[in-house]
Design a protein around this ligand. Structure first.
Ligand code: 4AD
Ligand code: MG
Length: 431
């Protein structure tokens, strides 16, 4: 492979020659000098082409090169406090691979509809680049925390014979002569694997045919789902608190410059440390009523309700003991009060709403059979799941954290669509 350097390591080449392979982000010129702002995926570098110091053809290349043209520049690295990243490249040579004409995304502002249609190109912009680097850091931190804490990564199927999170949001697909559904969650399968491994997690894409057009819903999103044998709902909350703290602190440590590009208020993230406040559904209802919401006991919280709660705390807040009827069939009822479940959501601050859903699972065979019936689920498809309550059942709990909702909060974005490279939105599947 031809020798080349990356912009993120540019300080190592101070006073030396460097070759950078990338694309032109921006350009300005003043008389005999052309400044090329080059990006290579790892950073941005200001490159200086001075008419008096280079061959005529090199200066001409610098003059004609356009935004997003692909190019390889060679030159000497020098410290320059005022330049982005603190260094500049004094160019000796430019090799243009392709001159671009009419790149659709210009430095002027564009409407979101236009940008979404050009998502494949929009990803090159500075802000989008920063968001997706933070996304990668969030995913890395999730795995790192779980790997360090004795969880085994067990991946679960995408093509499934039955619903996990309710039948109204299933994507159907033909599976030879039967119907299959795209996975809404890997949870049920990892309730099986914990009986072999103790603590596990799955990470993968999940699918919900959400008929609602909101800032928080995607049809395809990525979820990390830890599941633990011998954990009750309290243990479950404790680990969620540590997990979210680990993620936020990792982003602060490793992706500070990206947070700065997004002009994120770092103070709001620095305080994300235990303990997080914990309130019951009943207490949350009181807050909502005080804020003037017309809501009855038993109603599920929607985006509006979550936003109000979320703004009442400056840290993520746990809401636990939701009414049984708000939650999925597998939630364990509180033995002291069977109309509420040993469930919890975690609501992110600053108006972001739910980022985690979880709880303790039903471990009793008869009760689980009853709930499957109550929810009109096909018993045959759940035979294997019922087996788990027959052969060595134990109390167990788990949760799912939505990557995109978490990234939207950490980056303080208005809409979830920018947190995933190619969002799948209501009726929209291009590009
Ligand atoms: O609350 P949910 O539906 O929980 C489950 O799926 C459980 N089976 C998880 C478990 O206990 N293993 O979803 C969990 C999280 C939500 O808190 C949210 O962050 C995200 O997944 N989520 C979505 N994100 C984007 N778009 C959607 N349509 C989402 N639906 C859920
Ligand atoms: Mg939920």
């Amino acid at each position: 492979m031809e020798e080349n350097e990356s912009i993120k390591d540019i300080s190592k080449y101070d006073g030396k020659k460097a070759i950078i392979k990338g694309w032109l982000y921006n350009k300005r010129s003043s008389g005999n000098i052309v400044f090329l702002l080059v990006r290579d995926g790892t950073g941005m570098l200001q490159c200086v082409v001075s008419k008096n110091n280079v061959d005529k053809n090199v200066f001409e290349s610098a003059q004609k090169v356009t935004q997003e043209s692909s190019l390889i520049v060679t030159g000497n690295v020098r410290k320059e406090e005022r330049a982005i990243g603190g260094y500049e490249l004094f160019i000796n040579d430019i090799k243009i691979l392709q001159i671009v004409s009419d790149y659709p995304i210009t430095p002027k502002s564009h409407g979101v509809g236009f940008l979404m249609k050009n998502r494949h190109l929009w990803l090159r912009s500075k802000k989008q680049h920063a968001i997706l680097k933070i996304r990668a850091e969030v995913i890395k931190a999730c795995r790192e925390y779980l790997d360090k804490n004795g969880f085994i990564n067990i991946d679960t199927p995408i093509l499934t014979p039955a619903a996990c999170e309710g039948t109204s949001t299933l994507f159907e697909t033909k599976y030879f002569d039967q119907m299959a559904y795209l996975s809404q969650s890997g949870q049920l399968y990892n309730e099986a694997t914990i009986m072999s491994f103790g603590k596990v997690y799955c990470y993968g894409p999940t699918f919900r045919a959400e008929k609602s057009k909101t800032r928080r819903h995607l049809m395809e999103f990525w979820m990390i789902e830890p599941e633990m044998a011998y954990f009750d709902w309290k243990d479950n909350i404790e680990i969620q608190e540590e997990f979210v703290t680990y993620i936020v602190q990792a982003v602060l440590k490793n992706r500070r410059s990206e947070l700065e590009i997004l002009e994120r208020n770092l103070g709001k993230l620095e305080i994300i440390k235990p303990p997080f406040p914990e309130i019951s559904y009943d207490e949350a209802l009181e807050i909502l009523k005080k804020e003037g919401k017309d809501i009855n006991w038993g109603d599920d919280f929607g985006a509006g309700e979550e936003t109000i709660i979320s703004k009442s705390f400056d840290k993520p807040v746990f809401i636990h003991h939701y009414p049984m009827k708000c939650k999925a069939f597998y939630m364990k009822p509180d033995p002291e009060r069977p109309d509420v479940s040993l469930s919890n959501d975690l609501i992110a601050p600053e108006g972001y709403g739910e980022i985690i859903g979880g709880g303790q699972r039903i471990d009793n065979l008869e009760l689980l059979e009853e709930k499957i019936k109550e929810h009109n689920l096909p018993r045959d498809a759940f035979k294997w799941y019922l087996d788990l309550r027959k052969y060595g059942t134990v109390p167990h709990s788990g949760f799912g954290l939505g990557i995109e909702r978490t990234v939207a909060w950490i980056c303080k974005l208005k809409h979830i669509r920018e947190t995933i490279p190619f969002p799948r939105l209501l009726y929209k599947i291009y590009p």
